[in-house]
Ligand binder design. Structure first.
Ligand SMILES: [Mg+2]
Length: 193
């Protein structure tokens, strides 16, 4: 599929959802590109997974910010590659540092830098431990098997809107509960229906 077609399809997928994330965060190694950058030389010309750039461009077109959360120990190589790929100025935050945490530290920094709440973020990564750690913070987190693809985007936006919907329903229940003090008839907000 050509780049323009992938981008148009990504835009079509986004058009299917009433709520969209404010910020989409990507891992680098084996999510945006198919290698560990610490095993590469800065002199090489890297390439992304085939659908990655068009998906990034579609998000930008839709007004959704993008950011990087990578535990690569070679931030200099990662940044050189982002520059060579013409992506350097695309990201509102680039947190690239090795850490013992499963990227929770990266997300704290991204949250502080952008002001976007965790529940308005969507995250793609190829390591399950990062997905586990970051989803506990309230970020919709998607495990990718073969880099970021249109299928992963669709899955991410679907899970994001489900999580968002659940949150809104809870908020509504709280509101109803708060205003129901004079009305004993109202159900407890925690009841499972
Ligand atoms: Mg990775």
């Amino acid at each position: 599929m050509g780049d323009e077609r992938v981008k148009n399809e990504a835009l079509e997928i986004m058009g299917l959802f009433q709520v969209l994330p404010r910020l989409v965060v990507f891992d680098l190694d084996y999510t945006l590109w198919p290698f560990y950058c610490e095993c590469r030389s800065k002199r090489e010309m890297p390439s992304l997974y085939p659908q990655a750039k068009s998906i990034l461009n579609a998000l930008k077109d839709k007004g959704i910010d993008v950011a990087i959360a990578s535990r690569s120990p070679t931030a200099d190589i990662a940044k050189t590659f982002l520059d060579k790929l013409g992506l350097k100025s695309m990201f509102v935050a680039q947190e690239i540092f090795s850490s013992w945490t499963h990227k929770t530290e990266h997300f704290q920094k991204i949250n502080r830098r952008t002001g976007v709440p965790f529940n308005a973020m969507l995250f793609f990564d190829d390591e399950d431990r990062n997905i586990q750690g970051v989803s506990k913070m309230g970020v919709t987190s998607i495990l990718v098997g073969n880099g970021v693809t249109l299928g992963a985007l669709r899955q991410g936006l679907t899970e994001f809107s489900q999580n968002w919907g659940a949150l809104e329903r809870n908020k509504q229940k709280w509101k109803n509960w708060g205003s129901s003090e004079t009305n004993e008839q109202n159900e407890c907000p925690f009841s499972v229906t």
